[in-house]
Write a protein that binds this ligand. Structure first.
Ligand code: ATP
Ligand code: MG
Length: 183
């Protein structure tokens, strides 16, 4: 699965609709301090289901919504759309009738967030499993936050194991085993 495009609207500093095309190969984002480079990576994690305020550098989840600045008033919702090339049909079987996947996460102030895949409302879990199976989860070692390397070095063995399991692509299996045991 190849990420093709990230679209943001009202997410953190990206109050206006913004689109980032992700071509094959390396995509670099450069800009002065505070211009929103880290916010872009956070938008990617967020649409992939990241649910910790810490990963979003936020106090609460509503903090990802544009809070107002430079005379622009705050927004009441934020939306991020991730377009994925599924030409090789690497997504879970349920989505494999489609060569392109569009994952949408939207948050409304005070109401939490909703997810859609190709226009159909899905659970957070469906989004987690979509990416867990492709070993590209929002905690994937492919996404390295600023300061994360030093955190990794200082991590407890158990936390380090979670990172390794995500890298090996088995964390989705853990989720399903846990659910099977509850039945
Ligand atoms: P650096 O080079 O220092 O790492 P950066 O390009 O990664 O900078 P970010 O951390 O992505 O910059 O962006 C920080 C900016 O985003 C700050 O100006 C901050 O005020 C703004 N910001 C963060 N959350 C929101 C929000 N909810 N509403 C409006 N602006 C926000
Ligand atoms: Mg940064």
């Amino acid at each position: 699965m190849q990420f093709q495009r990230l679209r943001l609207s009202g997410f953190k500093s990206f109050v206006d609709a913004t689109e980032l095309r992700i071509e094959p190969g390396i995509t670099g984002i450069v800009g002065p301090n505070g211009c929103g480079k880290s916010n872009l990576l956070e938008a990617l994690r967020w649409v992939m289901g990241a649910n910790s305020a810490k990963a979003m550098r936020a106090g609460g989840m509503d903090d990802v919504i544009f809070a107002g600045s430079g005379g622009r008033s705050s927004r009441n919702h934020a939306e991020v759309v991730l377009t994925i090339d599924n030409a090789e049909r690497r997504a879970p079987a349920a989505y494999n009738d489609s060569p392109v996947l569009e994952v949408v996460r939207r948050i409304d102030r005070g109401e939490g967030s909703t997810y859609r895949i190709n226009g159909r409302e899905v659970r957070a879990r469906d989004v987690h499993l979509l990416f867990a199976d492709a070993s590209t989860g929002s905690n994937s070692p492919a996404l390295v936050r600023q300061g994360q390397i030093s955190e990794l070095i200082a991590a407890k063995p158990q936390n380090r194991r979670m990172i390794l399991e995500e890298a090996a692509g088995v964390s989705g299996l853990h989720t399903r085993r846990h659910e099977a045991e509850l039945r």
